[in-house]
Design a protein around this ligand. Sequence first.
Ligand SMILES: *[C@@H]1O[C@H](CO)[C@@H](O)[C@H](O)[C@H]1NC(C)=O
Ligand SMILES: *[C@@H]1O[C@H](CO)[C@@H](O)[C@H](O)[C@H]1NC(C)=O
Ligand SMILES: *[C@@H]1O[C@H](CO)[C@@H](O)[C@H](O)[C@H]1NC(C)=O
Length: 188
Amino acid sequence: MFSKFTTLVLTTLVATAACSPFPAAVLETNTLVPRQDKGTEYCSVDAGCTCTVRPSDCTAFYEVQAGDTCLAIGQKFNNFTLSQLYRWNPSMTLNCYLQAYVPICINTPWYTFTPPIQPPYGTHYTLSQDPVPIMPGIIDTCQEYEIVGPGERTDQLAAENGFNVTDFPKWNGNATTAWQDYWACVKA
Ligand SMILES: *[C@@H]1O[C@H](CO)[C@@H](O)[C@H](O)[C@H]1NC(C)=O
Ligand SMILES: *[C@@H]1O[C@H](CO)[C@@H](O)[C@H](O)[C@H]1NC(C)=O
Ligand SMILES: *[C@@H]1O[C@H](CO)[C@@H](O)[C@H](O)[C@H]1NC(C)=O
């Protein structure tokens, strides 16, 4: 039976209103600047109206669930890298800011996946390689990021990378521990 409620539930996409995909509250003060300043307004019952940016040639979407992380999404599909997920979705930040119940792009026709979804622990990336997710509050001037393995301590990272361990919190948003599966700043 047709009802007003049914109509509402089926309402998903709204036309391309120019909107800002980055609410002030989620903007970081460091390098995490919007990669595009115009987006598509997306409205749904669960998400309300929000602004998101996606490739025009996107062929597959995934609706983010509450509690999802980039790593969990990457592991669920196991067919794209987390850096690629970030490149497809300019509404995401390097911290992996994602809004629940909003679709993100997970494929384009030109993309070929080369496993794994994240490089091995200990790998270094520069910013241009799109390390995702980075620890929150990393300084603007970070030159190299390292992906943190299980049980990795800041003094080990300092010794291996030749920096003073007292610099770790200064470079990594005052964090006193290195977060497993995140990229930490190890050179600045
Ligand atoms: C990954 O898998 C999902 C689910 O099968 C699919 O919709 C999507 O197109 C795939 N993406 C890539 C990059 O292969
Ligand atoms: C590390 O930095 C602290 C604080 O700036 C300083 O007291 C200490 O001497 C430094 N250690 C080394 C090995 O340079
Ligand atoms: C780190 O702590 C200092 C001193 O409390 C504070 O000024 C600074 O804003 C903090 N930085 C971050 C990224 O939280």
